[in-house]
Design a protein around this ligand. Structure first.
Ligand SMILES: *Cc1c(COP(=O)(O)O)cnc(C)c1O
Length: 482
């Protein structure tokens, strides 16, 4: 690359690390920052500035090399490396169980229980009545059996782990029986690395597909059963639905068939809910209790999807099978941690009273909140934004739909109220980008070139933060040259 004399001169003027560090020591705002952070920032800024000088599209002037300007850039670097990488965001997408935004948020007393258990010793694996070693699962086993009707229960790190653990236990129990029958319509990929055929391979099971993509009949399972069959597996088609000319075999029929041949049946419910959402106008899905009542040998589901708790994999089923699963050495690799257990126990107790669960668990509350309440919140935010009193801001109140997310009820549009926000001189992309990088980040969506906030997932105490963000955005935009 050709470096012209002007560039050469600018490069010579670049300050060294020592000089920048000297400035930092005199700067109140950062002088107490750990030295390693300051050094890294100084080096990064020098590298960036060298790049700027060599980039002909970024004309750098001598002004840009003044110490105050450099110090400004160092401070920005320091600020970035001193803030947490994992942080709170405001979810204005309307997707309640948003996997990228942390899925479920916990009820306040679940959070409180996490604080208690993390700040003190606990009886995590200590039986207080006997004074001897206890089971980690005992904290949630009874409540899970109580609310689900299952004979036995256990919990692991997440549902993917639960599925792997159950399959592994079942197919490794008998070397002659490793085949697992599954409908071709249920070979699910959840996203990321979770694909049923891959999990099956990892467990040592041999996947045997039955039926066709759109239609599977009981006869297809029956015809596929042989002396190598171990299990009939049903997987909830969480994130898609096969519509049109379709047919699937209901779980009770699969359970009856497996009994006939002395085999096991398992269902991966995915989201798994104790609440029947059809009473809130959504599509009927079998609840956890209904699934357990079919007599299925084992069922698994997530703790942080429709259950509204922490990340966990919940396993319910027959005692004899669960006893084997609990003895599988894999449980140690997949084990649930104590903070999760504290939050899970608190969350599960709400289900003793389903109406209270829908009110108090944020995930359920956001899913079942009446449209009118969302509309009122939207109006409240619109009024708040009006008080910024800036002619450039146009606020529209729009009827749109939210999604449950987390691979639950994939095609279910839930009526919601949104704010469409237009700012003269700023594109929807600019607004989206500005708010995404705001502290705290505010995540909305763009629909037909309009930036949109769905109020279903926005909490009451976040309305004012959104107002301040827009105030700042408008102020900064005003400072830009036209
Ligand atoms: C979400 C889901 C999983 C994975 O659950 P995690 O808790 O995310 O590990 C597995 N199976 C189905 C059907 C799902 O919907």
């Amino acid at each position: 690359m050709q470096i012209d004399p002007k560039q050469q001169e600018l490069l010579r003027m670049l300050p060294g690390v020592d000089r920048i560090m000297e400035h930092c020591r005199r700067e109140n705002a950062i002088k107490d920052t750990p030295k390693s952070v300051l050094l890294a920032a100084a080096r990064a800024v020098i590298t960036d500035m060298r790049k700027d000088i060599l980039d002909r599209n970024k004309p750098v002037t001598e002004d840009g090399l003044f110490d105050p300007y450099i110090l400004q850039r160092v401070k920005a670097h320091v600020k970035k490396s001193m803030t947490f990488n994992l942080k709170r965001v405001i979810n204005a997408t309307g997707v309640v169980v948003h996997t990228n935004l942390g899925r479920s948020i916990l009820a306040p007393d679940a959070i409180e229980n996490i604080i208690t258990v993390s700040g003190c010793y606990s009886n995590l694996e200590f039986d207080l009545s006997k004074g001897e070693r206890g089971s980690r699962y005992s904290a949630v086993e009874d409540i899970l059996c109580e609310i689900s009707g299952a004979e036995a229960a256990m919990v692991v790190n997440n549902n993917a782990g639960a599925v792997l653990l159950c399959l592994e236990t079942i197919v490794q129990a008998n070397p002659a029986r490793k085949e697992v029958l599954i409908s071709r319509g249920e070979l699910v990929e959840i996203g990321g690395a979770f694909r049923i055929p891959d999990v099956m391979a990892k467990s040592g099971g041999i996947l045997k597909e039955v039926g066709a993509t759109n239609r599977t009949h009981l006869k297809d399972y029956r015809d596929a059963i042989c002396d190598k069959t171990a299990l009939l597996l049903k997987v909830h088609t969480s994130n898609y639905r096969i519509v049109g000319f379709t047919s699937a075999v209901a779980l009770p029929e699969m359970v009856a068939l497996s009994r006939e041949f002395d085999l096991l049946t398992m269902e991966d419910l995915g989201s798994g809910s104790f609440i029947d959402f059809s009473q809130y106008g959504m599509r009927k899905e079998p609840t956890v209790q209904e699934t357990v009542a079919t007599g299925v040998d084992v069922v698994t589901f997530s703790g942080d999807k429709l259950l509204g708790g922490p990340q966990a994999g919940i396993i319910l089923g027959k005692k004899a099978l669960l006893d084997k699963i609990k003895k599988n050495p894999l449980t140690r690799a997949l084990r649930i941690d104590k903070l999760t257990l504290a939050a899970l126990e608190t969350t599960l107790r709400y289900y003793r009273d389903p109406a209270r669960a829908c009110e108090q668990l944020p995930t359920l509350n956001m899913l079942t909140i009446p449209y009118q309440a969302i509309a009122a919140k939207a109006q409240q935010l619109a009024d708040l934004l009006e008080t910024i009193n800036d002619q450039r801001l146009e606020i529209q109140l729009l009827d749109r739909s939210s999604r449950a997310g987390g691979g639950a009820m994939p095609l279910q549009d839930i009526p919601s109220r949104c704010l469409g926000l237009l700012i003269k001189g700023l594109s929807a992309n600019y607004i989206e980008n500005y708010l995404r990088k705001y502290a705290p980040p505010i995540i909305g969506r763009i629909e037909s070139d309009i930036f949109m906030l769905d109020l279903r997932t926005v909490q009451q105490d976040e309305l004012n933060i959104i107002k301040i963000a827009f105030t700042n955005m408008l102020k900064e935009a005003g400072n830009e040259p036209e």
